[in-house]
Design a protein around this ligand. Sequence first.
Ligand SMILES: *[C@@H]1O[C@H](CO)[C@@H](O)[C@H](O)[C@H]1NC(C)=O
Ligand SMILES: *[C@@H]1O[C@H](CO)[C@@H](O)[C@H](O)[C@H]1NC(C)=O
Ligand SMILES: *[C@@H]1O[C@H](CO)[C@@H](O)[C@H](O)[C@H]1NC(C)=O
Ligand SMILES: *[C@@H]1O[C@H](CO)[C@@H](O)[C@H](O)[C@H]1NC(C)=O
Ligand SMILES: *[C@@H]1O[C@H](CO)[C@@H](O)[C@H](O)[C@H]1NC(C)=O
Length: 784
Amino acid sequence: MGGPRSLFVLPLLLLFVVLSQSTVQAEKKSYVVYFGAHSHDPKEISLESEQKVANSHYEFLASFLGSKEKAQDSIFYSYTKYINGFAAILEEQDAKQIAQHPNVISVFPNRGHKLHTTRSWDFLGLERNGRVPERSIWGKTNYGENVIIGNLDTGVWPESESFGDEGMGPVPTEWKGECENHKDSKFHCNRKLIGARFFKQGYLAFIGSQNTTRPADAIDSPRDTDGHGTHTLSTAAGRLVPSANLFGYGNGTAKGGAPNARVAAYKVCWPPVDGGECFDADILAAFDHALFDGVNVLSVSLGGLAGDYFEDGIAIGSFHAVKHGITVVCSAGNSGPDAGSVANVAPWILTVGASTLDREFQADVLIDDTKMHIKGQSLSASKLPAKKFYPFISSVDAKAADVSEVDAMQCVLDSLDPKKVKGKIVVCIRGNNARVEKGETVREAGGVGMVLANDESTGNEIIADAHVLPATHISYSDGVALLKYLNSTRSALGHITAPETKLATKPAPFMAAFSSQGPNPVNEEILKPDITAPGVSILAAYSEATSPTGLDFDKRRVPFNSESGTSMSCPHIAGVAGLLKAAHPGWSPSAIRSAIMTTAIVRDNTHRPIEDSSSHRATPFAYGSGHVHPNRAVDPGLIYDLSPNDYLNFLCMLGYNSSQIATFSHPYKCPETPIKIEDLNYPSIAVPNLSGKVTLTRRVKNVGTIGTYQVHVEEPRGVSVSVEPTKLEFCRLGEEKEFKVVLEARNDASVGDYVFGALIWKNDGRHGHHVRSPIAVRPVGQKL
Ligand SMILES: *[C@@H]1O[C@H](CO)[C@@H](O)[C@H](O)[C@H]1NC(C)=O
Ligand SMILES: *[C@@H]1O[C@H](CO)[C@@H](O)[C@H](O)[C@H]1NC(C)=O
Ligand SMILES: *[C@@H]1O[C@H](CO)[C@@H](O)[C@H](O)[C@H]1NC(C)=O
Ligand SMILES: *[C@@H]1O[C@H](CO)[C@@H](O)[C@H](O)[C@H]1NC(C)=O
Ligand SMILES: *[C@@H]1O[C@H](CO)[C@@H](O)[C@H](O)[C@H]1NC(C)=O
């Protein structure tokens, strides 16, 4: 009897599948349609020319949708200034058809990107004990005066003292930006914060298609309700604010990299929804406006997965920026230490990893008087009574009923049994939930303190957090030792000392475990990240619309907060780029990047090679060229420059044809004989598959003194490197010289692994220069 029934069921199921497929097809989503550049000269942008462009977008889309009304309804952004394209709500079928049109470079879904979340400048040598030394780039540029730094982020807290305008001259007359405060009358710009805009159509379009309810705090204002944008913008260019601290810790004068630069906030990130928080369509709109407004440098501490450059709002926007002489600095991402995790890898972007400062907020764990003494770090506002000892327990031993062992180990909310935790200090393991949330779990269960121990993957990377109870963070190996001791005794008593700010700690810097690493997942021939800068426990201005931990249960409000991430290291480099722009207004974005990269240092403050968070030697896949050294960057001697045409040639190498590339620059023809990607005049060298011998070309431009440079090579293990010529003589400023680098795998090369070295041009005159490029090469054996 079962036969007929199952026969009946089968067609129904099929019908259901077919039906749901057709609803998927009819489903509309937001897309970006990208045409390249406009034919108009950006200097001649007028309301009229912009309307003409918008109209051409309507007509273009109408030819697919059947009517101009439909086209107008579906387009929610026309990019009319620098970037040529539009964002629209489309059916997938239509999007696919549009992508076939010969004038279209790309059509891609409006995807979400994620945010990559004061002593720094002293550590970077810009000042010594509060005084600006003579050689400081600050002294040479009057703190970056006359430069405008824009930030694509969560907006800005305009009341922050870091954006005060005392003593600043009038807003530069060329500035075309605006302060979009018509729906937030309390939001004011000034002579420091000279512009603030917000872009949310892409966010709303995404939410609409997802049927997600719109978060209440997605306000119509560039005001920062998150804290991230205020933190990053003030790191890049905040003014000098004395007595800045978090709960008294890190007390000192807060300041950004270019304290006298003007700043502009472009809010593109909104309360997170499933799918992201900063959407491509909004990012492109922000770039288009920022270029028009007149920024000199853009700082972008967000990103997604690396992929096709022209299917990514950040890569497209920064391509147009760099073409017009504007430097774009991006965070490398917080997906480290996995290989190939680096984001924002386009060769026109300056990509920044994160490392530690030489400052610690030390809070130690003491067990059984002084039986164990473990160094930790914390920014807890509350502390335990001095010398008072409490019972210690591992969170696993305090597991609540019906909770998994892993959840208890990581102290996720409600995973601990109050009966076992009351009055005790609990050891929790890092991973999964927010570090500060673990403390909240302990506090709610009646615990008096928390020790947060790293897991194996985070090693020695210790972050000082604003915990909600007395707490401290310790390394993996210390955590293992502590748990072992607790396991050996039933009655351990312990104490967590109150945090103390310690300066000039060693070794520093070392790479943060979270910092995303190379090799470059898109074009392995371009080494990424480019550079590293401080990104661990960075104190900077914050939004007072939220708490220092960003968690709902935390009701505290602070004007300055400590944050960690490549989001924090990126604006350090944006600030330095601003200073270099002030010192050398004529330099291209590639020249600025080259200066920052070739002057970087690869040793820490103990004069040993920079390490990773597990005390192993770090590689250029972690730090690129090394740790930024701003005072040297201002006078690099030689630069590896790249013109917009070099980037167009690069696109030819990727397979874009002349007619596609002509949309960026007319007239343009791809070179007759194809150029190798490895020959892009980048300030670093990466050869992913070395079999036999390869010859690369580079050219350097003299921006320093007249004189002779001699080459020095640090050969990667098993690879011979020869340079021709070995000497470069420069008779005048601006002179360019070409040289060849020949890499050849030797018999002792270990096949299949990357090995690292460096190429250095040295000029040992009175103002000697060392122009250093890292080499990453992977021998793959001889061709058979
Ligand atoms: C360039 O590529 C586009 C898209 O694939 C194609 O439509 C066009 O005909 C090509 N042009 C040339 C000159 O090959
Ligand atoms: C969104 O919700 C509306 C009304 O609740 C519904 O009609 C529509 O089908 C939903 N759309 C999607 C994509 O789920
Ligand atoms: C911070 O330092 C300043 C200047 O040294 C001092 O006046 C102030 O009291 C300090 N604040 C705190 C909270 O330690
Ligand atoms: C704790 O000790 C017991 C035996 O004394 C051992 O079996 C167990 O593996 C130990 N656990 C840890 C985490 O060290
Ligand atoms: C290098 O070789 C690997 C393995 O054959 C290959 O997957 C990869 O695409 C090559 N990379 C480049 C840039 O040629």
